[in-house]
Design a binder for this molecule. Structure first.
Ligand code: C2O
Ligand code: CU
Ligand code: CU
Length: 496
């Protein structure tokens, strides 16, 4: 994660708040009924077992003022929140009621990448079922994780359709008294696009190139929901960027964030931030202190330029692109994500925790690899626009292993963004979380476990990965999911 730590405060005018959606009861069994998004659906483990059924199926879902024909797990957007503890066994009876094949991935979990665990090479055809089963290691970090479909070439479409849910591992971070005292809220951030008929419009070339985004911004399936904080209290936001391509640059009016966890769990001590940048697939946990006068405070996503579109102006490999026009202008208005209001008061204000959980220092790597991120575009046969997104000049090949790694070793990967279009990418590795060592040669300011991170144009990011516990093949890819579907994915094989 790349964090902007700025002391300057934001002075933003108070806009008209959109009335928060009231939740109504819903019927989860019928595809044709209108189902408001569900904030509370939760499945927790008991006696060491989390066993549940998940069904991927189309559903008519209300998003703000509109209704959309979307894709759901169990008729809900987001899918049910799953919660387990380290050492628990997870058993998911999955049914595919979509019209196309799909599967499930458990983003960020350190579990086997083979068999019927976190195996993204499995494909579940329409009408079929698959039981997923795995056991979380006893020393699995507590944190905020994310499940979503992962069938190559259909990932962007299915995630943009609405599929995804939160997976929580509850453990030591949750036992810290100050954190236990905080009010816990989940922010599952997802954008949607709908046409006048409530259908998701097919993406054009430009949207595929940049990665599709939608103008309807939701949190837990709701447009601008309201969260409350008691005066003197603490709020803990567990945030998932579940969008296909959208980057969020979050800022809460008049309230700093205190970062406590990144993708892979706790950091060593809270870090004060004015802004939090999350690329697709990234998660973070922050605390907010209720120290301001009661009122309405907006959680905003500030304008953010993730590059791209530079090739439009030049010739070279982007030649012939002129007729496509320029890429969508970067909005200079902040987007409203949610609203915070004050409710109740706590007599003795809750303190922030001073310490969290130490992050281990990894030993030196036994091997270093370099991976270049780039893209190619041009006119193919019959003047059909073609584009490909590449790691080391290759598109994904199911039958090619791109990196063979020895189990139990540590590697440094140098990720170099040489994209001629100047676009930012979001690098993600399955199964094994990593630490960022440096960006453009500058040491990373603090230690954290990540599994997804932003790589800006011309940036070189060095990450350190311990390959632990599990052998077999898995993948790394760009989490701008259109880029993944268009080839920006590679296979890493871990061998005993
Ligand atoms: Cu969140 Cu390979 O994905
Ligand atoms: Cu993943
Ligand atoms: Cu990308």
């Amino acid at each position: 994660m790349y964090l902007i730590n700025r002391r300057q405060f934001l002075f933003l005018s108070t806009g008209t708040a959109i009335a928060a959606l009231t939740q109504c009861s819903h019927n989860t069994n019928s595809v044709s009924s209108i189902q408001p998004a569900n904030l509370t659906a939760l499945t927790t483990s008991s006696n060491g077992l989390l066993e549940t059924a998940l069904e991927a199926r189309p559903g008519l879902i209300r998003l703000g003022q509109q209704q959309g024909n979307l894709l759901t797990y169990n008729g809900q957007i987001p899918g049910p929140r799953l919660e387990a503890k380290p050492g628990d066994t997870v058993k998911i009876h999955f049914t595919n009621k979509l019209s196309q094949a799909t599967n499930l991935h458990y983003h960020g979990l350190h579990i086997p990448q083979t068999g019927n665990a976190d195996n993204i090479f499995l494909s579940v055809p329409p009408g079929e079922t698959q039981t997923y089963e795995f056991t979380l290691p006893k020393n699995h970090p507590s944190g905020t994780f994310y499940y979503h479909p992962h069938l190559h070439e259909l990932v962007a479409e299915q995630v943009f359709g609405g599929l995804g849910g939160i997976f929580i591992v509850r453990g030591e971070l949750d036992d810290i008294p100050e954190i236990r005292a905080a009010r816990e809220e989940f922010l599952f951030l997802k954008d949607f696009a709908l046409d006048a008929n409530g259908q998701i419009p097919a993406p054009g070339h430009m949207e595929l190139m940049r990665g599709r985004e939608g103008a309807i911004l939701t949190v837990n399936g709701q447009v601008n929901p309201t969260f409350t904080i008691p005066s003197g209290g603490l709020l803990r936001f567990r945030i998932v960027n579940a969008s296909t391509s959208r980057f969020y640059r979050l800022s809460l009016e008049d309230h700093p964030f205190y970062l406590i966890a990144t993708d892979g769990g706790s950091i060593a001590k809270p870090v004060e931030l004015r802004e939090l940048l999350l690329s697709p697939g990234e998660r973070a946990e922050v605390l907010v202190q209720g120290k301001r006068p009661p009122g309405r405070y907006r959680l905003l996503s500030l304008p953010y330029d993730r590059g791209g579109g530079m090739g439009m102006m030049g010739g070279g490999m982007m030649g012939g692109m002129g007729m496509m026009g320029s890429s969508a202008p970067i909005s200079n208005q902040p987007d409203l994500i949610a609203t915070l209001t004050y409710k109740d008061a706590i007599a003795t204000p809750l303190p922030l925790p001073e310490k969290l959980i130490p992050v281990e220092t990894l030993p030196q790597p036994s091997k270093t690899r370099r991976i270049e991120l780039s893209m190619l575009m041009g006119m193919g046969n019959g003047m059909v626009m073609q584009m490909a997104f590449l790691f080391n000049n290759k598109t994904f090949d199911m039958n090619r292993v791109d990196a063979t790694v020895k189990l139990g070793t540590i590697e440094d990967w140098e990720l170099v963004n040489v994209d001629p279009d100047g676009m930012e990418h979001s690098f993600h590795l399955h199964t094994n979380p990593f630490q960022v060592i440096s960006r453009n040669g500058k040491p990373d300011p603090y230690q954290a476990w990540e599994d997804t991170l932003r790589i800006r144009a011309n940036e070189t990011v060095q990450i350190r990965i311990p390959f632990r516990d599990f052998t077999g093949k898995t993948v790394y890819h760009c989490h701008v999911l259109d880029h993944e579907d268009l080839g920006m994915m590679g296979i890493v094989a871990v061998e005993a």
